[in-house]
Design a protein around this ligand. Structure first.
Ligand code: 1CP
Length: 352
């Protein structure tokens, strides 16, 4: 690769390839959302949330809104992890102010893998529209839920403590295994289609990975994630994958070593320097400012941004939150965060 090609590689993709870039590239989980007035306007126009996800012109517009306003290095596809159960034929609705509600699931054979490509087609169109509209320097992040997290919603039918799902791991492991396997296959199809349509990298959100003890974490989080990583690596050797085993604590070290992901997102409870000492030096780490500190704003926010970025100086790091932006966050605080990062000077050399 020539020097100029090197310089033209987008900053976020350079970090995913294992390079330390300063100041770090930035994007924020839930950067498109209710805290933005322009999002609320489009959301009202679409009517309900699922319609918004399945209308490519509107979904592309809300994906791009935060980039237009703040100029993040990454845009995340506007969709939801529950598109996969819906694509497999399970009924899904978003009750206003209550979150998702899914239909009863009695048997994994009811899940229709053959229907997935047609059902996700509008979301794939959104990917293509966004990629065509964005400048090359902005990385388009495709995504899906981790199979365990998606299975939690499918079995329990809604958000919460997911006791049905966690009980199933002991009372009917064959059934939970069959559901997770169907979701894994659907996810491979869905992410393959996103990459073919223009996603530059992909992220697996395993938001509820932290509910499991170590043996079940190996079975339901690490094994299916590794299956997805291997399938995508075979088809797309250059496309990088970010994993997010949220609230997994020390098990995140196993996740990093065993799934084959190129990057790992850190939740709010993780000490970045402590985790960095236990994962390969080329593995990119992403995160992990407290969304409540972003909401609070002011000098404490600027100090928090500088503290996390400095702790990760010299290793591949993508700045982000530890979880999604809260809906009552002031947009000006997001502008402050991005501005503070871009203005960061090289931290003093602490090695002497
Ligand atoms: O407009 C609205 O009222 C709908 C709210 C909303 C939004 C904006 C939902 C419902 N999903 C989304 C978008 C979304 N969800 C994105 C888009 C891109 C972005 O980040 O900007 C992404 C990546 C997700 C992923 C997602 N959905 C996760 C994983 C990340 C996380 O937050 O932990 C999970 C767990 C979901 C399920 C879900 N979808 C929506 C809600 C309210 C929930 C959570 C339900 C619960 O409380 O368990």
């Amino acid at each position: 690769m020539s020097m100029s090609d090197d310089l033209e590689t987008p900053r976020l993709l350079r970090v995913l390839a294992g390079e330390a870039v300063w100041p770090p590239p930035v994007w924020l989980m839930r950067q498109a959302g209710r805290y933005l007035p322009e999002y609320r306007e489009i959301r009202a126009q679409a009517g309900d949330f699922l319609t918004l996800c399945r209308t490519p012109d509107l979904a592309a517009e809300v994906t791009i809104q935060p980039i237009r306003r703040f100029g993040m290095d990454g845009a995340i596809l506007f969709s939801d992890i529950l598109i996969v159960p819906w694509a497999l034929g399970q009924s899904l609705r978003f009750a206003e102010g209550e979150g998702p509600r899914l239909g009863d699931l009695h048997d994994a054979v009811d899940l229709r893998l053959d229907e997935v490509p047609d059902r996700v087609a509008p979301i794939i169109q959104t990917v293509a529209k966004v990629r065509a509209a964005l400048e090359r320097k902005t990385t388009l992040i495709g995504f899906a839920g981790g199979p365990f997290t998606v299975a939690c919603y499918m079995v329990d039918g809604r958000g919460g403590e997911f006791l049905k799902t966690r009980n199933l791991a002991y009372t009917d492991p064959a059934l939970l295994g069959a559901i997770v396997e169907k979701v894994t296959q659907a996810t491979i199809t869905y992410l393959t289609m996103q990459i073919e349509a223009g996603a530059d990298c992909v992220m697996l959100f395993d938001s509820w990975a932290g509910l499991l003890p170590p043996d079940l974490f190996a079975t339901y989080v690490i094994a299916p994630s590794r299956q997805i990583v291997e399938a995508l690596n075979t088809r797309f050797p250059h496309v990088k994958i970010i994993g997010f085993p949220r609230l997994a604590g020390l098990l995140a070290v196993n996740y990093a070593a065993q799934t084959g992901v190129d990057a790992m997102a850190m939740d709010t409870t993780t000490d970045p320097a402590l985790l960095a000492a236990h994962v390969p030096s080329k593995l990119a780490l992403q995160g992990n400012l407290d969304p409540l500190l972003l909401r609070a704003g002011g000098p404490a926010l600027l100090a928090g941004v500088s503290r996390i970025a400095s702790a990760m100086h010299g290793r591949p790091h993508i700045f982000n939150l530890g979880h999604g932006i809260l809906p009552d966050t002031a947009p000006s605080h997001v502008a402050d965060l991005v501005g503070a990062l871009r203005a960061l000077a090289e931290p003093p050399d602490m090695s002497t």
